[in-house]
Design a protein around this ligand. Sequence first.
Ligand code: SAH
Ligand code: SF4
Length: 360
Amino acid sequence: MVSTIKNILSQKYFSKEDIVALLKTEGDSLQLLLDKALDIKRCYVGNYVFYRGLIEYSNVCGKNCFYCGLRAGNEKVARYTVSDEEVMEAVRFAYGKDFASIVIQSGENTNAINVHHITDLIKRIRQESNHTLEITLSLGEYEEEAYQEWFDAGAKRYLLRIESSNDNLYRKIHPDDSSHRFGDRFSALKTLQKIGYQTGTGVMIGLPFQTIEDLADDLIFMRDFNIDMCGMGPYIEHPDTPLWQFRDLLLSQRERFVLSLKMIAILRILMKDINIAATTAMQTLNPNGREKAIRAGANVVMPNLTPQKYRENYLIYENKPGTDKDAGETLFEFEKNIKDAGEIPGYGLSGTSKHFQSRN
Ligand code: SAH
Ligand code: SF4
């Protein structure tokens, strides 16, 4: 097995069969895969791990994705939207801590008032940071006009996970209606790329009904799409969602975690110069999840800057960590995780995707 994996890793091009073999590796050959990914990361994107301050802007969502705790149908959620003043406080915190970039994430609320409101917020953040703070949006699917308006206002990065690149699986984890179409999600991602955003996507790993072949296809999808950034992590069940009924079909949380590490490592090998996040979901399933993800090739972390009082209401999955910690406490942990992984905290670095730079 070790020699097979060695052979595959020495290649320049990877077929689907190669990727499936890499996704199945264990033991010594898994270590080879992880080491190779770390080498490539250091060689192509360096030793720095970039910071994005995450603001979970609103949990108001019009959609009903079967996996997500924020789905409109979950009546147990107390809905909130962070006030502009509170957003600016988080922004000042990020700025003060020398983060060069923030992410605004939210449930999907496509009404026009909300669209223009976000535009104003983007302008204000840019102005009050002397046009230095980079803004990533992760707000879901909107019309091209909205994406363009936000881009013109100064947000230059967008994260929209495809969730699964397999249309059939996509249909199993979403309601069968016009607001949850794989084709629309794909078109939205294309539109973002066309407008000129640094475009990020990702998938959930270990979903019910998902196969290893699906995951290999997800990686190939990201390569073919030519993405600039990736945020992906394990699927984690939530009791107040329809997918909860399939929890007995799932791999163990440990297995989902290891599979996610492999996905990160393989993606790093396939797409050497993109940005890859060590996601919160990784940390949820393993106390050293962030550090391990960095060692597998991730180069971005996203400390949560959402005001404390809202955090317990942004539970997309079970046992999400950090709901009881303040930002200062968490920052110390992030720095430690990065250093323990042998890397350097990238304070003051905006961390533009190298891949984006070179394809432009
Ligand atoms: N509403 C926006 C952004 C917020 S949701 C959107 O859907 O694009 C952000 C991400 O959380 C989703 O893309 C999904 O991949 C992830 N997510 C939702 N439920 C999850 C779960 N149960 N386990 C792991 N990730 C989940
Ligand atoms: Fe809403 Fe996003 Fe959750 Fe889907 S994944 S229910 S769009 S917040």
